[in-house]
Design a protein around this ligand. Structure first.
Ligand code: GLN
Length: 538
């Protein structure tokens, strides 16, 4: 039977619960165990698919087509395990499932209540498809004390009783602040947060204390005493210089050892930290750097392009380079400033996006990259904009646009109404916004001898998608005559997946999101190649 590790947070949000869970997963895996990571999100949206990146950060897409919380991206990048639809759930989805069942009379006339009906549904979710795992790490979003997360906290309390205390472990991550004015480390917020957790019936077994500086033993002893947790299980996590140091730091503080000790599980396998040490060294000590411009609508929010930022960094690691990301807000990009703003960059990237606002600046920037031989990567929306630019300026279709921006006679980018998944015809719509896009992993067939097939070293690839519109295949021939090659197509040849330029050193548009599959220990070939091209351009 699987053993369950629940990770809650206290005092403030953004302490790095996701990163802690992901690091622990790596450490346990490295010691030879099979691990699964899950996230329970307290908000009422059914999934984060319709939430604005400004508010919620990136929407992470899984192979099986779920739109999930960005923490699942951390999980994948650190553990190497591909997340599934069943690894992220929200209160909205739980309530919607329970209410659907109620409407069908599924509760046989009973009063439907938070306890037991909502909590039972949460417990089913936690347990589902975990029989073959050694450990299931389950992160609860938000912090203890939030009204919204109460049903989750109650469910995990019950869950630990159901499976037995020795099969469930509670980790609570809190902030231990340092006050500059009095030169003191404060344990009180942690004490209060644990008190709150205990009032909900949960006694933490391990407390992870996030701190700016090392926490002296006497303070840890105080936390141990007041919070009723063994001193060995009061684990500090001091701010690291790069996130890739996190597994190293947690191992140094014995997190994995204490977890195994709790469950009374023994293994002779030692943790392998070599790969993390290697990349930490590159990140911290490489002097050479290049500038890559990201031109998008959401650049002002740090987490809006999380996987993309990561994938570019991974490309840098592969090339022994530091990648400086120059974020340019497409909505305020004046056409006249483009040359000036892009003067010092070695590569230009246009990420995924939605809606017309800011597109003219993007299109001009693409033209600049194309005419000046600057390495360019357009992802999803970025590819669509590259196709529009080419149609307008090379094919002289002046009104070329996307039907996403309103009805038009010249939709080089059009609404996708049908596509094939696993042999079945799927239909799309732009009426219902949640979960109606072409989502998840799809195969693409690469053109023989194309640059893309050399980069991937393969004839076929699988990449994750999240889009409603597509490049109109009817334009293929006229585009190719002018030098824009459709070098990747869906297996039925109806959907353009990749475009590249014949007479340009490195210019690609991809309809999918390669960034979701890049990992620090296995950088994605497209990003490694992009950074290499940028390095050569410099
Ligand atoms: N808005 C575009 C579409 O729906 C692109 C989406 C994206 O970039 N993820 O097709």
């Amino acid at each position: 039977m699987a053993r369950y590790i629940f990770v809650t947070g206290g005092v403030v949000s953004s302490l790095g619960k996701g990163l802690s869970s992901a690091s622990l997963a790596y450490l346990l895996q490295s010691r030879g165990f099979k691990v699964r990571l899950r996230k329970l999100d307290p908000y009422l949206n059914v999934d984060p698919g319709t939430m604005s990146p400004f508010q919620h950060g990136e929407v992470f897409v899984t192979d099986d087509g779920a739109e999930t919380d960005l923490d699942l991206g951390h999980y994948e990048r650190f553990s190497g395990i591909s997340a599934k639809k069943t690894d992220n759930i929200t209160s909205g989805k739980i309530y919607s499932d329970v209410l659907k069942k109620e409407r069908k009379g599924g509760y046989l006339g009973k009063t439907v209540q938070v306890i037991p009906h909502i909590t039972n549904r949460i417990k089913d979710f936690i347990k589902n498809d975990t029989a073959k795992e050694d450990f299931v790490i389950c992160e609860i979003g938000g912090i203890i004390g939030d009204i919204e997360s109460l049903p989750f906290v109650e469910a995990i309390r019950q869950f630990s009783n159901d499976v037995g205390k020795k099969n469930a472990l509670f980790i609570h991550l809190t902030l231990v602040p340092y006050l500059k004015a009095s030169d003191e480390i404060k344990t009180k917020p942690t004490q209060h947060s644990v008190k709150e957790l205990r009032s909900l019936g949960i006694q933490p077994d391990i407390i992870i204390c996030r701190s700016e500086r090392s926490i002296p033993l006497e303070h840890r002893k105080k936390i141990s005493l007041f919070c009723n947790v063994d001193i060995e299980n009061v684990i500090q996590t001091v701010d690291v210089k790069t996130i890739y140091e996190a597994p190293i730091s947690f191992n140094r503080e014995n997190l994995d050892t204490q977890v195994l000790k709790y469950f009374n599980v023994k293994t002779k396998k030692k943790v392998n930290l070599k790969p993390w040490k290697k990349i930490t060294k590159i990140i911290l000590h490489t002097k050479k750097s290049i500038n890559i411009a990201i031109i998008g609508k959401y650049v002002n929010l740090k987490d809006a392009y999380k996987s993309l930022d990561e994938a570019l960094t991974h490309g840098g690691i592969k090339n022994n380079l530091k990648v400086n990301l120059i974020r340019i807000d497409s909505e305020n990009l004046e056409i006249s400033e483009i040359k000036h703003k892009l003067k010092r960059v070695s590569g230009i990237l246009i990420p995924g996006g939605f809606g017309k606002r800011g597109t003219e600046g993007k299109i001009e920037a693409i033209k600049y990259a194309r005419n000046n031989n600057i390495p360019f990567l357009g992802i999803c929306f970025g590819m669509q904009m590259a196709v529009i630019e080419f149609a307008r300026n090379e094919l002289r279709i002046k009104k070329a646009t996307s039907s996403e921006f309103g009805s038009t006679q010249t939709s080089v980018i059009g609404l996708m109404t049908e596509w094939i998944k696993g042999g079945k015809v799927m239909t799309g719509t732009d009426k219902d916004l949640g979960g109606t896009m072409r989502l998840g992993s799809y195969e693409a067939i690469l053109l023989k001898n194309s640059l893309i097939s050399r980069i991937y070293k393969s004839k076929k690839i699988n990449e994750r998608h999240r889009h409603r519109y597509e490049v109109n295949i009817n334009y293929k021939e006229v585009f190719e005559k002018k030098g824009m090659i459709f070098s990747g197509l869906s297996p039925d040849k109806k959907l353009p997946e990749i475009i590249e330029l014949k007479d340009h050193p490195w210019f690609f548009g991809v309809q999918f999101h390669p960034e979701f599959k890049s990992r620090p220990l296995a950088p994605h070939p497209l990003f490694s190649s992009f950074i290499k091209a940028a390095k050569n351009h410099k």
